[in-house]
Design a protein around this ligand. Sequence first.
Ligand SMILES: *[C@@H]1O[C@H](CO)[C@@H](O)[C@H](O)[C@H]1NC(C)=O
Ligand SMILES: *[C@@H]1O[C@H](CO)[C@@H](O)[C@H](O)[C@H]1NC(C)=O
Ligand SMILES: *[C@@H]1O[C@H](CO)[C@@H](O)[C@H](O)[C@H]1NC(C)=O
Ligand SMILES: *[C@@H]1O[C@H](CO)[C@@H](O)[C@H](O)[C@H]1NC(C)=O
Length: 509
Amino acid sequence: MTVVQKLLAFSALATVSYAACISSGSASTINAALQAGGTGAVVQLCPNAVFTISETIQFTAENQELSTQGYPTDNSRAKIIIAVGSNITSAVWGRWTSGVKVLNLQVDGNRPNAGAFGGDALVEMGGGSFGQVVSNNVITNTRSWSCLHYIGSGQDDNPCREGTVSGNTIGPCGTEGTDASGNGLWADGVSFECVNSVVSSNNITGSTDGGIVIFGSPGSQFVDNIITSSATQLGFGAINMVDPSYGGNYSNVLVKGNTIIGQGTGLFNLGIGIGNQVWSNQHPDPYFGPATITNNKFIGNVGFSIVINGWRNGLTVTGNDISGITTPSSSFADAGQCQPQVQTSFNANEELIVYQPSIAGPSDFQSDFTSVPQNATNWLCLKHPLPSAESFATLSVNGQASTVVDLAHFHVQIQGDGNVVGLDTTGGVWTVKWASGPQSSNCGADGSSCVLFFGSDGDLSVHDAVGQVWHSATSGTGKSVVFSNSSPYLQVLNAAGAAVWSIADGVKT
Ligand SMILES: *[C@@H]1O[C@H](CO)[C@@H](O)[C@H](O)[C@H]1NC(C)=O
Ligand SMILES: *[C@@H]1O[C@H](CO)[C@@H](O)[C@H](O)[C@H]1NC(C)=O
Ligand SMILES: *[C@@H]1O[C@H](CO)[C@@H](O)[C@H](O)[C@H]1NC(C)=O
Ligand SMILES: *[C@@H]1O[C@H](CO)[C@@H](O)[C@H](O)[C@H]1NC(C)=O
């Protein structure tokens, strides 16, 4: 072969192996290629290309593939990022198209810049289809409730099935807390509702709702994933088996070899929650297996590693390793607002918990499980550690907003009748420790006209729709108010930090 022949052969080979990649453009360039390509089209983006999109990229026919050319696994993976000002939440959409593949891309919902926004997940797959693959991608910063969602089909004879989610790096997804209107800002890592599928070897960091939420998904396997909390924020659960999809059917679900890590000042409230009476929203009927949860590892700040309440027809929970858990749990979390049994388990650092009367049918639980006596139905109640006292330079809370401050095992509220009350919540029993009195009948129907107020003049007061109800008479001397979970419960301090007014024990009238 001459040199020229060799070169020709090489370039012919290169042409066959590598179709032209798309080096830049918007979603419409990619969508046009998918539309023109039809069934089985492989649309490749060039390494290092960046696509800033305002329209969702949609698969249009079965067995299409969207990937980075050469299948890199580093930062040269092509990046698809949602544009600031766009109102889309899904960057890639593959519902109801069998065999489509999303490979070796970086998909960024851009929540920090584009903002949180209600809608479908950042990557939306599933529906009545089979064989969809999402592998080796980075999926991060969803604007909505989930980074990656495989939705079920709702059709018994055509379920979402045989999906693969592997080798992805996922997160952060959402943030803890709510917006000003009270909408949750949290999001799932992977939300999965397909049968006979595999979710494996994904690296999920900074999910704030569920890391992997298993929606029934009978016959599916969730193996060898690493799920790590945010370094600073609360994640509700790492792996959830708490939703009633498929009528609560979790038969032949396998959760094996996953590592769940609570890091930094972040935490997971629940490692693996199992059953219909575990999450904050309970469901009427127990879920059912047989399901197996085995050889998972729990490390660091995990409030409760495994909690089971409400299951029938088979559950095996063996070989799970809790030796790396941070103790005491109170060093990274607070259970002061939880039900009595939850507080008791928390204080005893119980990690593997079952409410045995809720289990029907065969079960095999490893020996370090605690069988708790009470039927606690909401294990999703942990908070970050709370201070024993908190100081305010200004304050304005009305009777509708109610909460003035949450302290360790202590809650201060202004009621709808204007009475300001301090309650000890130890053991899940709320005991009044102090009350400002008096009650007012001029707070308005929703209590919002009664306001606890501390302004720059240094006077602490409650006023209602008519006028002032009481005040500390510290105008000119008060500089801060301090609430504490022990006596003195409430003080107005002067500039030198000395108390000029206080509520110590009992009830002030
Ligand atoms: C998003 O923007 C498009 C184009 O401006 C508009 O047609 C659509 O109704 C908007 N959708 C939402 C959910 O706001
Ligand atoms: C998981 O991903 C994070 C970044 O999100 C990275 O820091 C970490 O090294 C990864 N872990 C593994 C085992 O790949
Ligand atoms: C649960 O799902 C499995 C697998 O799809 C199925 O064989 C079984 O019949 C289902 N059980 C019930 C009670 O629906
Ligand atoms: C636990 O309490 C819940 C809520 O009241 C109830 O629905 C459930 O049946 C109880 N479980 C058992 C085993 O009694």
